[in-house]
Every structure is written in C-alpha cells, then in structure tokens.
Design a binder for this molecule. Structure first.
Ligand code: ATP
Length: 438
C-alpha cells in the first residue's frame, strides 16, 4: 500500500465559468473507479489573496488517497482527462497545473505552502522542489497552476473549517440559482456551528452570481453539521456535492510582524501601531489614515468604500489611538506602504482634552472671553472674572475599544471573523462527496 496526493489549480475563468473545486468534485468521482480510498477529507486550499493573477479566491484543491502501488499512471491519465475536458483553456488567466505525489509529503512542500500564503513564488523554484521530491507535474499553457497545486499538496490544515459545496453541471451558466432562501435561513438557525450563510438582514451571502457550477456553499466548523445544513437547503438542479476541509476563515495568510519596517509587497500582516494622522476620505469614498510603530516607521492604512460601516467607524479614530491592524500590502506603494485593512482592534483610545469656558461662579451662566489674558465674563449676569481661565474637558469618543470588522460581503476567504463559532468539532464518519443532492 502507498499514499497518493493529487492537486490541481488554475482551471477556471471569472467570465467564462467553471470552478477548480468543481473539477475536484468530478475528479473525486472518476478516481473512485481505482482501488483507492480517501485517506483524509478533500482539501480546498486558499493561498495568498494578494496574488495579482488570481481569478477569484486563489483556491486550489488536494485529494489524498491510500491504495495499491503502481497506480500513478492511471491517476495521471484520469486527472489529465478531467482537466482537458473541464478547464477553460481559452481564458488567458487559466493555466492549469496538476501535481501528483506518491508517499509522504516532504517538509519542502510544507514550506512552499506557507510561503505561498505570504509571498509571490516563482514557478521555476516551485518546480525544482517538485522535481527533487519526484513529484509528477503536468502544467498547461504558462503552467502557473503548478504553483498552487504543489502548495496544496504541502498544505497543513491544522487550523481549518469546512465548506459543503453543492454543484450544478458545468454547462449551466445562469447567473441566477434557484435556491429557497427560507430553508437556508432555517438551516443557519438549526446549525449554529455554520456561518456566513446569511447576512444580519437574513439575505443569502453563500450563493454566487457568476456563471460557475457552484450553487451554494455552506461553511461551518463541524463537518457533520455543515453537511446536514446543506441538506436542509432546497435548491434546484444539484448534480453533485463535496464536503471540503479548508483553511478558509483561519487567518492563515496573516503574518504577525513586530513593526512596520518589515512590510513586504503582496504579504498580509498584523501589527500593533498608533494612529499618526487624522483620517481623510478621498474620491470614491475610500478612507485613509497614517499609522506609526514605536520605532517611528510609518504606513498608510486604507479602508475602501465597499466596507461601508467599517470605514465609518475607523473615521472616528484620532492621532494617538493604539490599534492592532490586520491587512494586506498589495504592491510597491509610494511614498508609504499601504495596509489594506481587513480588521482593526482598538486597544487604547487617546485621551483628548478640549478647552471649555467654565460656568459663571455667581449665577452659573455661560461665560465668554474678554480678550487674550483678560479672563472671562458671564454672558448672563455680566460678572467679570479676571482670573477665570478655560478648563480642559475630556472629549467623549464615539469609537470604543474592541474589534471593528467589515460586513460579511467584504470578507475574503481566509478572513477570520470574530463570530466564527467556537463549538468543538465532533467525529464524522460519513461520505465526503457524492453525486445528486447530499
Ligand atoms: P478559483 O478560486 O476560482 O479557483 P483562483 O482565484 O484560484 O480561482 P487561479 O486561476 O487558480 O485563480 O489563479 C491563481 C494562480 O496563482 C494560479 O496559477 C496559482 O498557481 C498561482 N498562485 C497561487 N499562489 C501563488 C503564489 N503565492 N505565488 C505565485 N503564484 C501563485
């Protein structure tokens, strides 16, 4: 007996349809013809969300099997066949990659996975790692999909969630899906270990509007609840389903950094900083403010218009507020690196004193200045207090300490929300995929 790891990336198109995970769903069915058993749940692996050439969520998948020796050629034949049939080759952004590894996953693959979450990797360097480990690698067009595929083989999902995805046939390209939102709301209520199904107003947020084969995806922290919730949802035209184990919503892309001197383009970081400039809106409703670390390094923080209330709360911050920020640095920004904010924890609010005139000591009326250094006069009774001075009053702040997060429609796949259910995962012995409805 031996183990096999089969991973694929970059087969779909944002405009022409398909989804790499759908290809995974079909591959699960086709590979079940071989004397193989899944050794772990099918894995949906999200990689660096700042990669400029991603289609949507920079996702790849890996299927891990135990089975008879000498099946490499048959696995390769089936996987190539499925990729040929389903990939959207006409899209210039689609550059499929297939990696098949037999045996233990080497540490070098684990390292590639971790780097693929935080950096931009070079294809040649990744292929070298695959070659050294004796992995079978097949790339199409510019072969860039090999980067995501090899990273998916190296994925370690110690921290994970689940997503039950229901699929329709790839040929169906409607942007609308027939899903009964009422049953979705009921499922969310019945299974509180699922999340990101509906927004606070009860509108579905787990149904895409693209021409891809995904009907909907139910996310959760427990595999059994996640699948049960997906079973409760009434949807038309389900062809197949997969219960994916995934690094989604784990903040796997975030690196904790000490200071702002180490911000690298295309990375995602979390750092403790202080607000160092007033915030300002620019055209389009995007909000910007500067921050600094204790060493005096500075960066600009940005919250974009679609984050709505998140941006509004952040506009209340003032110089001296201490924050922990999470966000990504997309490219070489001039003159300061820009952190595109994903969430902010307000650690400590600056105390702002504003000068106010005291009430009149005689009648309690309001006072006004009699000129520079000449004291205050009561506007009501005319009392003149030559020695009266404005006193400092601590300004009441609208913003409070604690976490500020964007609304769910602005979350990225890897974003860990504070509402992530904390319930423990129970054992699951059921199937991970199937044809028809789940
Ligand atoms: P979907 O989520 O819908 O499957 P996608 O967003 O994953 O689509 P892809 O078409 O897979 O989009 O494009 C991402 C491309 O970026 C792939 O070719 C993948 O190999 C590559 N890639 C992923 N991570 C990195 C990285 N860290 N450095 C360089 N390239 C990467």
């Amino acid at each position: 007996m031996t183990s096999y790891h089969v991973a694929v990336d970059s087969t779909d198109s944002a405009t022409l349809g398909m989804c790499t995970t759908y290809l995974g769903a079909v591959l699960l069915e086709r590979l079940s013809e071989l004397p193989l058993e899944l050794s772990s749940p099918p894995e949906l692996v999200r990689l660096n969300p700042n990669v400029p050439w991603k289609t949507r969520g920079n996702g790849a998948f890996c299927l891990r099997y135990e089975g008879e020796k000498d099946l490499l050629d048959e696995i390769l034949f089936i996987a190539e066949n499925v990729i040929w049939n389903l990939s959207v080759f006409e899209d210039p952004q689609t550059n499929p990659g297939l990696v098949i590894l037999e045996g233990e996953v080497p540490i070098s693959f684990r390292e590639i996975y971790h780097r693929a979450l935080h950096e931009i990797l070079y294809l040649d360097a990744v292929k070298e790692v695959g070659d050294y480990a004796g992995a079978l690698m097949k790339g199409w067009k510019n072969e860039r999909g090999l980067i995501g595929a090899l990273s998916a083989v190296g994925a370690d999902l110690a921290e994970h969630t689940y997503e039950a995805i229901l699929y329709r046939p790839a040929a169906v390209k409607d942007r609308m899906r027939q899903v009964d939102a009422g049953t979705l709301r009921e499922a969310s209520k019945r299974y509180p270990s699922t999340f990101f199904n509906i927004d606070p107003e009860g509108n579905p947020v787990c149904i895409p509007h693209s021409p891809c084969p995904v009907i909907l995806g139910i996310r959760g922290v427990d595999p059994s609840d996640t699948l049960e919730a997906s079973r409760m949802v009434k949807a038309e035209g389900i062809e197949r389903w997969v219960l994916w184990k995934t690094n989604q919503h784990t903040d796997a892309h975030i690196e904790l950094v000490r200071g702002l001197s180490s911000l690298r383009p295309f990375s995602s970081i979390s750092a403790e900083v202080s607000v160092s400039s007033p915030s300002a809106y620019i055209e389009g409703g995007h909000l910007f403010f500067d921050v600094s670390d204790p060493e005096g390094n500075t960066a600009t923080c940005a919250a974009y218009e679609p984050t709505k209330g998140f941006r509004k709360s952040l506009s209340q911050l003032v110089q001296g507020d201490r924050l922990r920020v999470w966000g990504s640095i997309r490219s070489e920004d001039v003159p300061l690196p820009t952190i595109n904010l994903e969430k902010v924890d307000v650690l400590e609010l600056a105390v702002i004193g504003v000068p106010v005139n005291p009430r009149c000591p005689e009648c309690g009326g309001p006072t006004e200045s009699m000129g520079r250094g000449q004291g205050l006069r009561c506007k009501k009774c005319g009392f003149r207090g030559a020695g009266l001075e404005p006193v400092e009053k601590i300004m009441e702040r609208e913003v409070r300490t604690g976490l500020i997060e964007p609304p769910s429609d602005a979350w990225r796949h890897l974003f860990r929300p504070s509402c992530l259910p904390t319930s423990k995962e129970r054992g699951y012995g059921g199937p991970w995929w199937g044809t028809g409805a789940p």
